[in-house]
Design a binder for this molecule. Structure first.
Ligand code: DQA
Length: 147
């Protein structure tokens, strides 16, 4: 069972960037934690981070037709701007769970709107790194049920 973990702009700066909001865990720490959970669940993860919208879109397209159980996507700031990311998710044949470390609904008003949300199967926000783990458990659970 394969699941992709996709992180957008500035998420390579986790641990350094606004730690009061995003915590002190680095992206490498987060990926290591997810790898451990995936091992327990019998899933294989593939990690990708880019600061470039087009690179993320190419990566989403690359998952098409591979029988992925799904993808976990934190689109970063592109959440609030990218119709193209919305369209890319709609174009592929696997479920995408949108994850945000912070509770975007409690921050600046412009963070409350997500172009990705209407294309994603669901959204988890405000639960920190645990949101990624919950998304992973969700995707594994759904894929296992499907058989
Ligand atoms: C974020 C929330 C976005 O509004 C912000 O631009 C990010 C990170 C989060 O994980 O909380 O880069 O997606």
């Amino acid at each position: 069972m394969e699941i992709w973990v996709l992180n957008g702009p500035n998420l390579n700066m986790l641990g350094i960037r606004e730690p009061d909001i995003y915590g002190r865990m680095t992206l490498a720490d987060l990926n290591a934690m997810l790898t451990e959970t995936a091992r327990e669940l019998g899933a294989h993860l593939d990690f990708f981070q880019s600061n470039h919208e087009g690179a993320l879109i190419d990566r989403i397209h690359a998952g098409y037709g591979r029988g992925l159980a799904g993808a976990i996507l934190n689109p970063g700031g592109l959440t609030h701007t990218s119709i193209a990311l919305h369209d890319a998710i709609k174009a592929v044949d696997y479920p995408v769970v949108e994850v945000h470390l912070s509770n975007v609904a409690r921050r600046e008003p412009w963070r409350s709107h997500s172009y990705v949300a209407a294309a994603a199967v669901g959204t988890i926000a405000g639960l920190g790194w645990r949101g990624y783990e919950l998304a992973l458990r969700y995707l594994v659970g759904v894929a296992a049920e499907r058989g």
